[in-house]
Design a protein around this ligand. Structure first.
Ligand code: GAP
Length: 493
């Protein structure tokens, strides 16, 4: 993971925000290459989920909405995470990410170990327990540990659990609920009546506009409303680079379906498959992905089902996208709170109802991270080590590098420049005339540019160029006229 973070910074994909002032945890800036990759991910999503579907329309709602929206949706009361503070170190943890276990030797409890959730926490906890046993010079058999989250600790255990920051017991507070919405005020008066929130999800903007879209959009059931936009969550412990941040972007669809009991499962499954197909179209195939079905007893009270599409990140397999069957909870809540009817008149059935909804909800930044992790490769070319991002051409920030073979030959420069001008009307391409051609290829490989196009002396004679494939490094000669078609076929649009 450190190598990927290093590459993202070194090559201008992602920077810590306000870095010159020491940064601020959980916020990131996207550099020249990052912004291109990000746009390509969003464009690919919008193209496939909105433009290429007859049953989905788009929306762009405001980040700040009436605060009653968040009361009705339940976010004011229950958009919380359990938090625990260490009074000594002033560190703050998510209580459900902090695990602990009593340490017992031959039936005798000699203390507790605690650590933050990770793939390796079982073995790390075992090492901590062995170290405790050695330090206390206790003889006997260490019993198997029973790790559980701090949220499940009975009150009498709170004082026994050591802080991960200090290793000492007695400084952790009891777990308490912390609302993750960022609060602000609208207008000059800073009182209760002016309180507003930065939206923690784009979904509520869709529900609040349901009637507007139905009244103006000529939609037929079933149909979806899609939105891409910023969301803000005051995460207690932002972590794993851009995986969990405090400002991020979501791509969400609310797909409205009739309320019949026997149909939502089919639509839910269809959306899981559709979304997996889309991931494959940007290079995230079956080997990278998994599915995690939320157990019934862990579902939000309004949800009928939720399946996460997971990705195998270097720090473990984690949620990439959540696909929830939300029933008609949100529309009913807004209908009741606003007093405005949010029913749909189904022309085909000659019937009015509040539709149910299937919600595929994905983070742009999390997709970015998954795409870069899946693409990051180290290999060897002619005995030389190479770092290459094998990005799908569809999302690659730069589609091609255009190289005149030699910088000091005006006729090569002119021809290459002409080709570059032609290609840049269509794609983001890069002109590079400096350094040995091999080094120019390597620079492009490291940022995931799928094609290298070299203009050489033969190009002046017969109008052909060499087209180099980043992954195989194979080169073929193609006519200038065939070039666009060859690239288009592999980029996919
Ligand atoms: N409207 C439903 C909703 O927001 P969620 O599971 O809380 O559901 C959906 O979020 C997706 O948004 C996640 O699967 C993830 O891709 C992304 N996401 C959520 N919180 C995030 C965070 N703090 N940082 C980056 N991405 C996040």
């Amino acid at each position: 993971m450190d190598e990927i973070v290093g590459l993202c910074k070194r090559r201008g994909f992602i920077f810590q925000t306000s870095e010159i002032y020491g940064g601020i945890n959980g916020f990131f800036d996207y550099g020249p290459l990052g912004v291109e990759l990000r746009r390509n991910i969003k464009d690919a999503w919008w193209k496939d989920m909105v433009h290429l579907r007859d049953d989905v329309v788009g929306l762009d709602s405001a980040i700040i909405m009436h605060s009653d929206v968040w009361k009705a949706s339940g976010h004011v009361d229950s958009f919380t995470d359990p938090m625990v503070d260490c009074k000594e170190s002033k560190m703050r943890y998510r209580a459900d990410h902090l695990f602990y276990s009593p340490v017992r030797v031959d039936g005798q409890e000699i203390g507790c170990v605690s650590l933050l959730e990770s793939e390796k926490m079982e073995s790390e906890a075992e090492e901590l327990a062995q170290a405790m046993k050695r330090k206390l010079a206790v003889q006997g058999e260490l019993e198997p540990l029973e790790l559980k989250p701090y949220t499940e600790a009975p009150e009498e255990d709170w004082a026994k659990v050591p802080s991960p920051a200090t290793g000492e017991a007695g400084s952790l507070t009891p777990p308490r609920e912390f609302n993750m919405m960022f609060k602000t005020h609208v207008g000059a008066l800073q009182d209760a009546s002016s309180v507003a929130y930065l939206r923690p999800e784009t979904a509520q903007g869709i529900f609040a506009n349901f009637k507007n879209v139905v009244d103006t959009g000529r939609v037929k059931m079933p149909f979806g409303i899609a939105q891409v936009g910023k969301a803000f969550r005051n995460e207690i412990t932002p972590r794993n680079f851009i995986f969990r941040s405090r400002e991020f972007e979501q791509m969400e669809i609310e797909y409205f379906i009739p309320p019949d009991e026997d149909i939502w499962e089919r639509y839910h499954r269809e959306w899981i498959d559709t979304r997996k197909g889309w991931f494959a179209s940007i290079g995230l195939t079956g080997e990278h992905l998994g599915e995690e079905v939320h157990p019934r007893d862990k579902l939000a009270h309004y949800a009928r089902a939720c399946t996460d599409i997971t990705f195998k990140f270097p720090f473990g397999e984690q949620e990439l996208e959540g696909i929830a069957a939300r029933g008609n909870y949100d529309l009913m809540q807004h209908q009741q709170a606003s007093g405005k009817p949010l029913e749909f008149f189904d022309e085909a059935r000659k019937e009015k109802y509040v539709p149910h909804v299937i919600e595929p909800s994905l983070g742009v930044d999390r997709t970015f991270l998954a795409v870069v992790c899946a693409a990051y490769t180290k290999d060897e070319i002619d005995g030389e080590p190479r770092t290459v991002l094998k990005l799908h051409p569809r999302v690659a920030p730069v589609k091609a590098g255009v190289f005149p073979l030699m910088k000091n030959k005006p006729e090569l420069m002119e021809k290459a420049r002409g080709l570059y001008e032609k290609l840049r009307r269509r794609w983001n391409v890069f002109f590079d005339a400096s350094g040995a051609i091999g080094r120019r290829y390597r620079r492009m490989d490291e940022i995931g540019t799928p094609f290298g196009i070299t203009v050489d002396f033969d190009s002046l004679e017969d109008g052909t160029v060499t087209l180099r494939d980043r992954d195989t490094t194979k080169q073929e000669r193609v006519g200038e006229d065939e070039l666009i078609a060859a690239m288009e076929e592999r980029i996919g649009w």
